[in-house]
Design a protein around this ligand. Structure first.
Ligand code: HEC
Ligand code: HEC
Ligand code: HEC
Ligand code: HEC
Length: 162
């Protein structure tokens, strides 16, 4: 019995070592922008002013049923969210949205946190998007800024809620 347990745990360990790091991220689930707001009120406020928070206002009811529109305008609609929300860019948050995980830059990324790059934007801001000008990452990123300010002003409110 004891030997069997030993063999089993050795097997589990070697299996865990074989898993690609992305496996944890894939197991993560969508938690919604309200959850992020609890610890990132400033970032949430800035996001609400952006068109990403209102990305379905340009769709008709019929278009809201069309995956060919919602893929970019409401990617998490099946989970009850109609926006380009935090997790559309930062990755599903169920495993990283906890203070002790978030403070650990390696662990948070291992369980799904993404720091968006130009590639993240290109998933939606591609040739299909109706834009007269080519997507300029630096300029566009500045327009959705919720970064440094969020980090400093949120310092006091990021209580160890969990
Ligand atoms: C329980 C509180 C809490 C929740 C909920 C939370 N965060 Fe955080 N977040 C933190 C803390 C604390 C930090 C670390 C701040 C630091 O070390 O400067 C952080 C850091 C971050 C960072 C910067 C990470 C880095 O390594 O530079 C991002 C991006 C982020 N959070 C996004 C999110 C998103 C998106 C959500 C919702 C899915 C979320 N957070 C939910 C507390 C939280
Ligand atoms: C590949 C991703 C993608 C798909 C699919 C997509 N859109 Fe968009 N859409 C965008 C992006 C990105 C913008 C913003 C473009 C910009 O301002 O640079 C946008 C902007 C718009 C706008 C203009 C909003 C405004 O206020 O100017 C309308 C209207 C729109 N989309 C309708 C639709 C409809 C209807 C569908 C489905 C037939 C659709 N989109 C499918 C990415 C997409
Ligand atoms: C359209 C994509 C997008 C959305 C939506 C988005 N973010 Fe971000 N976020 C970014 C980018 C880009 C950065 C900067 C990454 C970098 O500097 O490497 C960032 C940075 C951050 C940081 C780090 C700030 C710092 O200075 O260290 C936090 C915290 C954060 N986002 C939280 C959120 C929260 C909470 C939401 C939703 C309310 C959200 N983000 C929505 C793209 C997005
Ligand atoms: C999941 C899809 C998606 C992703 C990922 C995404 N966007 Fe968007 N973005 C949109 C859609 C859709 C709109 C248009 C919303 C509307 O008006 O209907 C938009 C609009 C914008 C606008 C406003 C355009 C205007 O003139 O009003 C900016 C700026 C922007 N995005 C920047 C970014 C940046 C920077 C990134 C990457 C860090 C990014 N977006 C990632 C879907 C996305």
């Amino acid at each position: 019995m004891k030997t069997r347990n030993l063999i089993l745990s050795a097997l589990t360990l070697s299996l865990a070592a074989l898993l690609p790091t992305g496996a944890f991220a894939q197991a993560a689930e969508f938690v919604g922008p309200e959850t992020c707001k609890a610890c990132h009120p400033q970032a949430h406020e800035a996001w609400q002013r952006s068109t990403h928070a209102r990305s379905t206002r340009s769709l008709t009811d019929k278009q809201l049923q069309q995956p060919s529109c919602t893929a970019c305008h409401a990617p998490q609609q099946s989970r009850g969210d109609r926006s380009v929300s935090c997790e559309s860019c930062h990755g599903a948050g169920s495993l990283y949205a906890k203070s002790h995980v978030m403070k650990d830059k390696e662990l948070s990324r291992l369980v799904g946190l993404q720091m968006p790059t130009e590639k993240t934007c290109a998933q939606c801001h591609d040739a299909h998007a109706p834009s007269l000008t080519r997507f300029n990452f630096v300029e566009r990123k500045a327009r959705i800024d919720h970064g440094d300010k969020a980090a400093s002003t949120n310092a006091g409110t990021r209580a160890d809620a969990r």
